[in-house]
Write a protein that binds this ligand. Sequence first.
Ligand SMILES: [Zn+2]
Length: 381
Amino acid sequence: MLFKEIIGQQEVKGKLLSLVKDDRIPHALMLFGPEGTGKLPLAVAMAQYLSCEARGDEDACGVCASCVKFEKLIHPDLHFVVPVLKTGGMTASPVTDDYITIWRETLLSNMYITENQWYEAIGVENKQGVINVKESETVIRKMGFKPYESDYRMMIIWLPEKMNQPAANKLLKLIEEPPAGTLIILAADHTDSILPTILSRTQLLHVPPLPESMIRQGLASMVQTDPQLLEDAVSKANGNFSVALRTMRQDENELYHFELFTGMMRLCYGRKIIELSEWVDKVAGIGRERQKQFIDYALRLLRENFMLHIENGALNYMSRKEADFSVKFSPFIREDNIHDLVEAFTLAGNHIEANGNPRIIFMDLSIQVIRLLMQKVAGTA
Ligand SMILES: [Zn+2]
């Protein structure tokens, strides 16, 4: 991770660089501030800069042997501690090293990972991870080794607020009497539950929320997308780049499903069998997970359209594009076909779940939709 790859935070970067340049590197450094501001990438960039064999004034070189290892997060002097919890078939007190491969992969795919996204990655959503005393013992052992390749042994502790009391007490001893050549970088979303004695022995560096302009620029540099989706993500972010990224991906997904759905309905309504067959080929290739998401999306939009038809109701739960489409589409979703449409899509979803052949499932579904839309049409499209 290079400093230049991190969105905004010029002031924090400047302070980190000057710690190295002025040779004032503390034993323990705490980056703290709200979620999604870049504390974790800043911690990694700082460690990489410190370890780089040819560092410049503003950044690591990105190409030396040390940087190459940092780009894969496999430098032997770089260690991580993150909150974890027991998953299937594990010992009672798991530590980060039990999850290190998935941690590296997850972090490399999203440096702005949130606590919840991490728990999703290890398959334990809706539970809380912890940093336990066994982990602190591991940290002390690792920090006791001589560095292998760098001048420093570097330990990044992500979310130190998840340390339980015994773990925190043990870590405190290390922070009070660190071996020479130790750098511990803590990246905390919340400092209120961290031992005051730990806070008082670490150099604190606040990482503020990102301004909208930075979030916009950061998103634009990462993804090519519809400008309206980008603005939507910027406005929902509230300084949190993780939220901006997540919103962006969700919106892109929704838009993709919307286009699949409207495409299918137009082809079915027009009985365009050859084009429908191309549509089916496309959907057959997107993978089971996305096919199930599409079915869920289609069910939602069908129900919304039925509500709109019978109640002439509000378009509360629809995006602008969905609402525009539904004004013309809802006359076709009536009492006499909604039940069969819902059943057809639900059944298709079940067949996908049961590993059925997606080409056959979606072709069958299309033929049923043609029939159901054609039943004595009310209104015009
Ligand atoms: Zn380098």
